[in-house]
Design a protein around this ligand. Structure first.
Ligand SMILES: Nc1ncnc2c1ncn2[C@@H]1O[C@H](COP(=O)(O)OP(=O)(O)OP(=O)(O)O)[C@@H](O)[C@H]1O
Ligand SMILES: [Mg+2]
Length: 442
């Protein structure tokens, strides 16, 4: 029995209103007649089936959207918020109803932010990426966000814009922690360097003090011992003379040592004042050679002086200090050369016309390569046997290098070969200022 036509229409209407309410599982019965109304019923049933499928995918889409940890905000063309996902509500601490219907601009705190500009950019480029801004939470906090935006509709006139905003607080925290860790690491490294330097300085000071004590004790022992012997000595004038001489020599050694020590400590304390004037380095070297010639002659050592073309007649420097360095270096060359020649050569550096070089070369005992790096350390002497044989305290080169640097120059070992000789090179700046120090051999 087929229901009456009016009843069938009622069935259609009821089905359509159920479908409008989202109920899509019911179906309109189809009569065996397969008449025109059955065709309509068939169509409505198909629509219901189609809608039920669409509902399922819409629900799962909603679930997916809400599962996204970034905020999703759909905004209308006028900047009104149309929809938000649950992360937006959670991050901002605002209920959906507090967000939907609001103008986006009212929850973005950045003064420079303008929805109109964002929309303009979207119209031009279709998307906007990595826009940094701050969203206002219900508690009044400005939450840093990174926003990407695109049109939700594909037409040319935008109907809605979707914003994906990432909460940057965790990223900022991680970055801050990494930066703090880096600062901490650097601070620890600087501390370690400072501590090592302090330890080095303290070790150097101890070694220096040990050297001073040793060097003072030796001549003092000679002086005191000789004085005691003298007291007990009878009238042997020759012997008395011998011990007096020992006292005098040790006294002089002590005086020289004390003068060198005072010089070094004054330089280190920055208390040495330079008396700079126009100095003829050649004349100074001539005077040094003249002073030491007699001593060289006792060892049959020839002293030669060469001044190359272009070497300036004068240089701005401190004559006393310069002479002190030259005397030390030429004195060493004579002291450590059993026989042969000591040559002083004055020239302008071939690669730098503003750098003057005073080279002192000898044909002496030379310095073993393994010992060359220590030469400028206070009290260092290549070996004690030599020290005893040649005298001295091992302060000359240390002091001379400090003086050279004070004059804006450098003193370094230029070359040395055992049993063949050595050459030391003093460089000085032609004008004022200081030379860039070349990497020293020692
Ligand atoms: N021209 C040289 N030839 C060989 N060895 C040298 C030469 N100049 C210096 N030395 C070595 O370097 C060491 C340190 O020299 P430095 O001038 O500092 O001390 P010194 O001459 O022993 O004592 P001081 O100069 O204090 O009287 C010397 O003891 C010596 O071993
Ligand atoms: Mg010396």
């Amino acid at each position: 029995m087929i229901p009456a036509e009016s009843q069938r229409f009622e069935l259609f209407m009821a089905q359509l209103s159920r479908m409008a309410a989202g109920e899509t599982h019911e179906r309109i019965p189809i009569s065996p007649e397969r008449d025109a109304l059955d065709a309509i019923a068939f169509g409505i049933n198909m629509l219901a089936a189609e809608l039920s499928f669409t509902n399922v995918s819409r629900d799962s889409m909603t679930n997916i959207i809400n599962a996204i940890s970034d905020m999703l905000i759909v905004v209308g063309g006028d900047g009104t918020i149309l929809n938000v996902n649950s992360s937006a509500a959670k991050i901002l601490g605002r209920a959906d109803r507090d967000l939907v219907g609001r103008a986006l601009g009212t929850i973005v705190t950045d003064l420079g932010f303008s929805f109109a500009r964002l929309r303009e950019e979207l119209l031009q480029r279709r998307s906007a990426s990595d826009v940094e801004c701050h969203f206002l939470s219900a508690a009044g906090d400005a939450i840093p966000m990174m926003v990407n935006a695109a049109f939700a509709s594909s037409g040319t006139e935008p109907e809605s814009i979707v914003l994906v905003a990432r909460d940057m607080r965790q990223t900022h925290r991680l970055l801050r922690r990494a930066a703090e860790a880096e600062i901490e690491r650097r601070r620890a490294a600087e501390l370690a360097i400072a501590r090592d330097a302090a330890e080095d300085a303290s070790r150097a000071k101890s070694a220096f003090l040990a050297g001073v004590t040793h060097e003072i004790r030796t001549p003092m022992t000679v002086i005191l011992g000789s004085a005691q012997i003298l007291k007990r000595l009878g009238g042997d004038a020759k012997l008395r003379e011998e011990f007096l001489k020992r006292i005098e020599t040790s006294g002089q050694t002590l005086l020289l040592l004390i003068e060198d020590l005072l010089d070094i400590s004054r330089i280190e304390a920055g208390k040495v004042k330079l008396e700079t004037s126009d100095v003829s380095a050649l004349e100074l070297m001539r005077a040094v050679v003249a002073d030491l010639r007699a001593h060289a002659a006792t060892k049959s050592i020839a002293l030669e002086l060469v001044c190359e073309d272009g070497f300036p007649t004068t240089v701005a420097s401190d004559p006393l200090r310069l002479k002190q360095i030259l005397t030390n270096v030429v004195g060493n060359a004579i002291k450590f050369t059993p026989s042969g020649t000591v040559t002083a050569r004055l020239f302008v550096a071939p690669d730098n016309p503003r750098e003057l070089c005073i080279e002192v070369a000898d044909t002496g005992i030379g310095i073993p390569t393994s010992k060359q790096s220590e030469l400028f350390t206070p009290f260092y002497q290549v070996d004690n046997t030599i020290a005893r044989r040649y005298g001295g305290t091992g302060l000359g080169l240390a002091l001379s290098r400090k003086l050279a640097r004070l004059l804006g120059g450098e003193l370094r070992l230029a070359a040395s070969r055992e049993n063949e000789g050595s050459s030391f090179c003093l460089t000085l700046p032609l004008g004022g200022g200081a030379l860039e120090r070349p990497p020293a051999l020692t």
